[in-house]
Design a protein around this ligand. Structure first.
Ligand code: ADP
Length: 160
């Protein structure tokens, strides 16, 4: 049987427990999940693409059916290159829906076979985003409950 591969795209600047929650849910359903860092040169980021990918790799070590990659350009082109048409996204709250709905609809207009599959994280991560982590880090707050230890360390090192 053909393997069901899914792509989970995002900025992951940096990866949080919310992202990991979504990845674990997706990895239970699909044969392989490719977590892919979107290269967006115009956006200002806390970490480089390579740093973000390295932090993801470390956070996902041991998960056999999950890999980490990077991509530039249109998601639909990337997804086709990866020989799939499944995209994973996370929905925290209704507030995410409008944005996610628009992206999913645009992607489907560009490439009709694409299916965007949404996962909800556990309740305690519904408020969590990379930007919340960056904001807390900016004011030297404690992010240890929000990100894996090596990410918290990288954030602390960035502040020095
Ligand atoms: P963006 O792609 O908007 O830059 P991210 O890279 O942070 O955002 O997130 C990628 C995907 O993961 C998006 O679908 C986003 O809604 C989802 N996501 C981010 N944080 C969480 C969380 N705490 N719970 C569930 N989904 C999340």
């Amino acid at each position: 049987m053909k393997k069901k591969i899914a792509v989970y795209p995002g900025s992951f600047d940096p990866v949080t427990f919310g992202h990991l929650d979504i990845i674990d849910r997706a990895a239970k359903i699909f044969d392989h999940v490719i977590v892919s860092v979107f290269v967006h040169s115009e956006k200002k980021h806390m970490f480089t693409v390579d740093e973000r990918a390295a932090m993801l790799k470390r956070a996902l070590k041991g998960r056999k059916n999950v890999s980490v990659d990077c991509f530039e350009g249109l998601l639909v082109d990337y997804v086709r290159k990866k020989k799939t048409d499944i995209v994973i996204r996370g929905l925290r709250a209704i507030s995410d829906l409008e944005y996610e709905f628009q992206i999913a609809a645009v992607n489907r207009t560009l490439y009709s076979p694409i299916e965007t599959v949404f996962f909800m994280p556990r309740q305690r991560y519904t408020y969590l985003s990379s930007s919340v982590v960056r904001d807390i880090a900016h004011f030297n707050g404690d992010v240890s409950k929000l990100v894996p230890p090596h990410v918290a360390k990288a954030i602390a090192a960035r502040r020095k």
